[in-house]
Design a protein around this ligand. Structure first.
Ligand SMILES: NC(=O)c1ccc[n+]([C@@H]2O[C@H](COP(=O)([O-])OP(=O)(O)OC[C@H]3O[C@@H](n4cnc5c(N)ncnc54)[C@H](OP(=O)(O)O)[C@@H]3O)[C@@H](O)[C@H]2O)c1
Length: 396
């Protein structure tokens, strides 16, 4: 029997992180062992998970929350690491060779640890799409240099990976998109959308940021940029089609016109396990997909009503640090919307205001370049929102 794999989960207390923990628990210690688990503030949930999975260490990125856990549990097992420096040095740095790192943190905060893990030569199983949007060039170059693999966990990109299989020549990648909770709505109706309405996704249970992104279709825009970097494909070869049932997770059109799709229930356990086992396949319990009597439908994206997808495409095509600026603006806008400080349609206004600025389009070779643009774009976004609070209408 082969050796069990060793796994670290960054963002272990989130939606993807907990799914990964469940998959690892199901696989059992003969197949997979948990080296470390990282969370931001939910220390009780993290500690319970660390004990249950027999982790070597748990890491808390928020220093105050981390010190609380350390005061209570420090000195025992799992070891408690407080702050990113300790997590990277003693956690990721001392993980057994070949450890796989599940990147399930939400947002730009996932970039730095992802880069450190790749630099150490560890494979990263990436759900955290913002990392690839903000710094795809830097992240993929880092992986190439160290020989680590970047394996997608996002269900659409996992589907593409599974369809591509032997890397046969293809014409197009076709990402499917549920359309979110407001598919078919008018702009007028969207004006009344509240955070509670946006947080009710029809097919997937996910963290708040990605759920709001799915409602605006910005999520699909981020995924187009993610696909560009993961599969090295020009933007004009990445299509998006609405598929409300979320059964077809994405498709590849090969050079001879054949189209292959990956189908399954909307359940993140599969893409997580595929990433862990890839290129092997391991058994996973669950109901078989029964298509009898089920309608699978496809329609074009209404980009007039949901412009976030084309804003993301424009940023991707502009290249350089435009996607980093887009990502920062979107993170600020989503946070403000969830806080009740910004309307649903005003989120796209924030992104537009930031993309209207000139951003560098040259090569992106250092983390410092990305961090500087991320900070500047957030400042531009906040200034735009402050102006609008003072009375200027936000919707362009
Ligand atoms: N959910 C899905 O089904 C799904 C599917 C595909 C891709 N994704 C992508 O996967 C990523 C995670 O999504 P999610 O839905 O699992 O998010 P989530 O439920 O909000 O969980 C986020 C996780 O990241 C941690 N975290 C948040 N802010 C952090 C920070 N500043 N520093 C360090 N850790 C931080 C959280 O820790 P605390 O709990 O301690 O705050 C939590 O463990 C996102 O990039 C999303 O786009 C998600």
């Amino acid at each position: 029997m082969s050796q069990p794999i060793s796994v670290i989960i960054l963002g272990a207390t989130g939606s993807v992180g907990r799914t990964a923990a469940d998959v690892l628990s199901e696989l059992g210690p003969d197949k997979a062992r948990v080296d470390g688990l990282v969370a931001h503030r939910q220390v009780d949930a993290l500690w319970a998970l660390g004990r249950k999975l027999g982790a070597r260490w748990v890491g808390v990125t928020d220093p105050e929350a981390g010190r609380r856990l350390f005061d209570r549990e420090g000195g025992g097992r799992p070891a408690v690491l407080v702050g990113w420096e300790a997590i990277v040095a003693q956690g990721i740095g001392e993980a057994p060779p070949g450890t796989k790192v599940v990147g399930a943190i939400t947002g730009f905060a996932g970039l730095w640890p992802t880069l450190r893990a790749l630099e150490r030569g560890l494979d990263v199983l990436l759900a955290n799409k913002e990392t690839l949007v903000a710094a795809g060039e830097l992240v993929t170059a880092t992986a190439r240099r160290s020989g680590s693999r970047l394996v997608p966990v996002d269900s659409e990109h996992s589907a593409l990976l599974q369809c591509l299989g032997l890397a046969q020549p293809f014409r197009r990648l076709i990402l499917t998109c549920s359309g979110g909770p407001f598919r078919g709505w008018s702009r007028k109706a969207l004006e009344r959308v509240t955070p509670a309405m946006a947080l009710a996704h029809p097919n997937w249970r996910m963290g708040p940021k990605i759920t709001v992104d799915s409602a605006t279709l910005m999520n699909k825009g981020l995924e187009v940029i993610e696909a560009h970097w993961l599969f090295g494909v020009p933007y004009d070869q990445i299509a998006v089609v609405i598929h409300p049932q979320s059964i077809v997770h994405s498709m590849v059109e090969f050079v001879d016109g054949a189209v292959m799709a990956q189908l399954g229930w909307p359940d993140m356990r599969l893409p997580v396990q595929v990433a862990l086992s890839w290129p092997e396949r391991w058994p996973l319990e669950g109901p078989s997909l029964d298509l009898v009597g089920r309608q699978l439908t496809f329609e074009a994206v209404d980009e007039g009503t949901f412009p976030a997808l084309s804003l993301a495409r424009q940023a991707g095509e502009a290249g350089g640090l435009y996607p980093a600026a887009l990502n920062a603006a979107n993170e600020e806008a989503v946070a403000a919307f969830l806080d009740g400080r910004l309307g649903f349609l005003a989120m796209e206004g924030v992104v537009r205001a930031v993309l209207d600025r000139p951003w560098p389009t040259g090569p992106v070779e250092t983390l410092e370049q990305v961090v500087a643009v991320d900070a500047e774009a957030r400042a531009v976004a906040r200034a735009a929102m402050a102006r609008w609070e003072a009375g200027t209408p936000p919707v362009g």
